[in-house]
Design a protein around this ligand. Structure first.
Ligand SMILES: [Zn+2]
Length: 297
């Protein structure tokens, strides 16, 4: 606002020269003295962004008994979680905390509604198709198991794994048979609310059981580790140029079989990411050939 007023006065006074310098006026942070834009200072009570964040993080207010009780019921009991909510209370007020808790409780209700249902479906699938043990895998399936195991272990020690540890969310993991065996070994000991299904089983559950009126991401996180025959994706109608993925496949030697390995994670309509690689099939083994795509949304 102040900027606009200064600009208006200058324009009224007939100033034209050096206008650009006027627009990007600078000042100093009231706390640490670093040079900042006047606009930043106006927006943050005279502080630079790092100082503002620091001050905000120190603005906490003790939670009322009632709020604490609701948090405990939701499983937010660690000091870190309490501090987080005390900070929201201190900076944004009680209404914000209440809105947050209302939403979390709605999620928890959906979790209780859907988790037993999808668990029952998973059990039915596993009676119809018993998973072999990894010792009984041979040939390409064994090779797929080894590659997926390495990828899943790497994922488990990455920051992305925290997404699967969000409280009150069911992890819906889809994969191939070797992938499900691997996921069982790598994730089951660490995650209690995880569902492991083959791609087609997961699709059937969504098509025939799930009531789409409930927002899936309120109670679940989707993830996948898939190994598929490498095929060109159908051409985009709007963009006729070959995608990076297609050009890699076009350039790859033709007398070899390829498979794609993809892994991805989605925890909201616009929150997630995935990557896809092309692997060469060499007899009973597989060898990395190239990256196909990486996406974050
Ligand atoms: Zn500062």
């Amino acid at each position: 606002m102040l900027n606009r007023q200064i600009l208006l006065v200058l324009l009224l006074c007939g100033f034209k020269k050096g206008l650009v310098n006027v627009i990007i006026m600078k000042t100093n942070c009231a706390k640490c003295g670093v040079e900042i834009l006047l606009q930043t200072s106006n927006d943050n009570n005279g502080l630079c962004m790092p100082c503002k964040l620091k001050v905000d993080s120190q603005r906490t207010k003790p939670l009322t008994k009632k709020l604490k009780k609701r948090l405990t019921k939701l499983g937010y009991v660690s000091d870190k979680a309490i501090k987080y909510f005390e900070n929201i209370l201190g900076t944004e007020g009680e209404d914000s905390v209440i809105r947050y808790l209302d939403l979390e409780e709605e999620s928890l209700n959906l979790y209780h509604k859907w988790f037993p249902c999808v668990q029952e479906y998973e059990a039915k699938c596993r009676t119809e198709l018993l998973l072999p043990t990894h010792e009984s895998l041979t040939g390409l399936q064994l090779s797929e198991y080894r590659i997926l195991k390495e990828k899943m272990i790497a994922f488990r020690s990455s920051n992305d794994f925290r997404v699967l540890q969000i409280p009150n969310k069911v992890i819906l993991l889809k994969s191939t048979i070797p992938g499900l065996i691997t996921a069982k070994e790598v994730f089951i000991p660490k995650l209690k609310s995880i569902i492991l299904l083959l791609s087609r089983e997961m699709n059937t559950w969504f098509d025939s059981v799930y009531n789409e009126d409930d927002d899936i991401f309120m109670w679940a996180v989707k993830c996948w580790w898939l190994v598929e025959k490498a095929e060109k994706e159908p051409k985009d109608n709007v963009d006729k140029r070959p995608s990076f993925c297609e050009s890699i496949l076009d350039q790859a030697p033709k007398n070899i079989n390829y498979k794609t390995f993809s892994q991805g994670l989605q925890w909201g309509p616009l929150h997630g990411g995935s990557n896809k690689e092309l692997w060469k099939v060499c007899g009973e083994d597989m060898e990395f050939y190239n990256f196909l795509n990486v996406s974050c949304y």
